[in-house]
Design a protein around this ligand. Structure first.
Ligand code: AKG
Length: 262
């Protein structure tokens, strides 16, 4: 039987998060709950469960570049979606991201009032997907009044080098690196993401990694005949606003409010 993480982050894990910018949390949910998330995301991709207000993007490998734009529209019944955002609207994903462990770790790192910048499905369809280059989440492009700190990334399938597992550079989160945007330039990459510092995070289905948002990460395409699905949640202080629009974000702790508006 899989041993699940306790519903609280230990002092040693908190210390590792601050020192190294990542913590492997192991399994946090029973296998049946992860299987239910997998079934649900497949239903959403296939249009069997529909939400009208979810940002959706087909993988370019689906062969329709027009539909590979990120817009709030269903793009047709296909398992070749690359990203689906706003998943807090779905009760299964909302229940998962509100787990007591996530409440505890966000309280320890952020505070009691927590929103999400995004609750997002990242998919690398079988024998496909795209390469995501080295970047820090939110370093440049997100325009948030309070820098985001926490991403919780859950493997919905076993991940390995061949199917495009996450790659990270431990200890890279202490400062904002890219001169422009979130992505590293070639020179920044040579300096901050040399191959010898790279850690391949091969994970079992259901395993979770807690990442500091500025931990450098990337992933390759999927060369296997099975999908590599993942669910990534970026938790932020509920007082965070988008600087360009003043927009607030859905609050998830202590209780769910679709838009925090406080
Ligand atoms: O899931 C992946 O492969 C990459 C995820 C990622 O780049 C992100 O969460 O910003």
């Amino acid at each position: 039987m899989t041993i699940l993480h306790a519903p609280a982050l230990s002092a040693a894990e908190l210390d590792q998060f601050h020192q190294q910018g990542y913590v492997r949390l192991g399994h946090v949910a029973p296998r049946a709950e992860i299987d239910a998330l997998c079934r649900r995301i497949d239903q959403i991709m296939l249009g069997k469960v529909r939400y009208d207000d979810m940002l959706m993007q087909l993988c370019p490998s689906a062969g329709n570049l027009e539909l590979s734009r990120q817009t709030k529209e269903f793009k047709g019944s296909s398992l070749k979606y690359r990203k689906i955002q706003d998943l807090e609207q779905d009760p299964l994903f909302l229940g998962y991201l509100q787990k007591p462990l996530f409440r505890d770790l966000t309280a320890k790192i952020i505070g009691a009032e927590v929103s999400i910048f995004r609750a997002m499905f990242f998919n690398k369809p079988a024998e496909q997907g795209v390469t995501i280059n080295w970047h820090q989440d939110g370093a440049g492009g997100w325009q948030l009044s309070i820098p985001p700190q926490i991403t919780v990334w859950t493997a919905l399938d076993d991940t390995c080098v061949a199917n495009g597992c996450l790659q990270i550079i431990p200890n890279s989160h202490h400062s904002m690196i890219p001169e422009t945007g979130d992505q590293l330039s070639a020179d920044e990459r040579t300096l901050h993401a040399p191959d010898e510092k790279r850690l391949y995070l091969e994970m079992e289905k259901g395993e979770v990694v807690l990442l500091h948002n500025w931990t450098l990460h990337r992933s390759e395409t999927n060369s296997t005949n099975r999908p590599r699905r993942a669910f990534s949640v970026c938790y932020i202080d509920a007082a965070t606003r988008q600087t360009s629009t003043g927009r607030a974000f859905p609050r998830v702790f202590p209780t769910y409010h679709p838009i925090s508006g406080n």
